[in-house]
Design a protein around this ligand. Structure first.
Ligand code: B12
Ligand code: SF4
Ligand code: SF4
Length: 244
């Protein structure tokens, strides 16, 4: 064993995630009841007790893309390769850390990942329904959450309060270009017209949206350096039209 300080549990978890290009995206305590919500935001652990801390794990930009592309999941020709890759990593890490892994694609009913995320990080709701991050813009998503019992082996920054006082990037955004960029006005500012989007994508399989990703998302000036690579974006678009 080398001399010197051993990595903390937090550092070990972050290193385990970094090997896959994944990031610890923050944590929050479900028992804090100060956030009004019509949704039940808690999770029960296998022993029936509610989770005490929920850590969110996700992707920022295309950092995970090389690791995922190098995996057997990407190449095995079976359905839902990214979900299966996430599941394999999440369940393995959960077993190692004594946590329960939960996934955004489990459902319906789905776990309220966007509401969890807004409690773990400084996020706001954008007019294109994605949560916007002050640095990463719209270029981030979630792959799984780790729900822990009261004995927490991992220290993390716990978001102490809701983000109501943070400046709302989208409210002060000049011209809201995301709302102008969609060729079929799929975003109304209050809803997403899924059929209009899906019809356009099926009708223009070689169009810009399919080749480089959602044009509304690309029009946002925040976090452009984190924009998904065309290869990565096109992968999501192909997955999207297979289902819609
Ligand atoms: C169902 C779903 C959709 C449906 C929404 C239908 C609907 N009206 O609910 C559809 C198919 C439209 C959709 C589309 C996309 N989605 Co989606 N979706 C989900 C999913 C699996 C469940 C949402 C849900 O019902 N949750 C249950 C409720 C109780 O939880 P909630 O947190 O309150 O849910 C909120 C969302 O439903 C949101 N919402 C409602 N309508 C729409 C429409 C869109 C487009 C989005 C993004 C969100 C959204 O409002 C709810 C209230 O806060 C979540 C994963 C998850 N488990 O949260 C991903 C999720 C919301 N989607 C996500 C993404 C990235 C997309 C896409 C951009 C995928 C892509 N192509 O890359 C597309 C956008 C369209 C496009 N053309 O590119 C991300 C958002 C990340 C972020 N930064 O916020 C999530 C969190 C998945 C993830 N792995 O990170 N999605
Ligand atoms: S373009 Fe402006 S309004 Fe739209 S998501 Fe980006 S910051 Fe928000
Ligand atoms: S993928 Fe294209 S058609 Fe669909 S919402 Fe985005 S810009 Fe509009």
């Amino acid at each position: 064993m080398p001399d010197g300080p051993q990595p903390s549990a937090h550092e070990q978890l972050e290193a385990g995630l970094a090997a896959f290009g994944l990031q610890l995206r923050g944590a929050w305590r479900p028992e804090v009841k100060t956030w009004a919500s019509g949704t039940d935001l808690s999770i029960n652990l296998p022993d029936g007790q509610p989770a005490v801390m929920i850590y969110l794990v996700g992707v920022v930009g295309s950092a995970f893309w090389p690791a995922f592309k190098a995996s057997t999941f990407y190449r095995d020709g079976l359905p839902d390769p990214l979900d299966r890759w996430s599941h394999a990593i999440g369940t393995e890490l959960a077993a190692r850390w004594g946590a329960l892994a939960v996934f955004p694609f489990e459902g319906p009913p789905y776990h309220p990942f966007q509401q969890w995320a807004a409690r773990a990080e400084q996020l706001k709701t954008s007019p294109v329904m994605l949560k916007i991050h002050p640095t990463f813009g719209l270029w981030h998503a979630y792959r799984f959450a780790l729900a822990f019992s009261s004995e927490l082996p991992v220290e993390a920054t716990v978001n102490p309060s809701p983000t109501m006082n943070e400046a709302d990037i989208c409210l002060s955004c000049d011209g809201q270009p995301c709302l102008q960029a969609c060729p079929v006005q799929a975003f109304t500012g209050a809803a997403f017209r899924l059929e209009a989007c899906a019809d356009h994508l099926h009708g223009s399989p070689d169009g810009d949206c399919m080749r480089v990703g959602c044009l509304a998302r690309r029009a946002c000036p925040v976090g452009t350096e984190y924009a998904y690579t065309p290869d990565h974006a096109a992968f999501h678009m192909r997955a999207f039209i297979r289902q819609h």
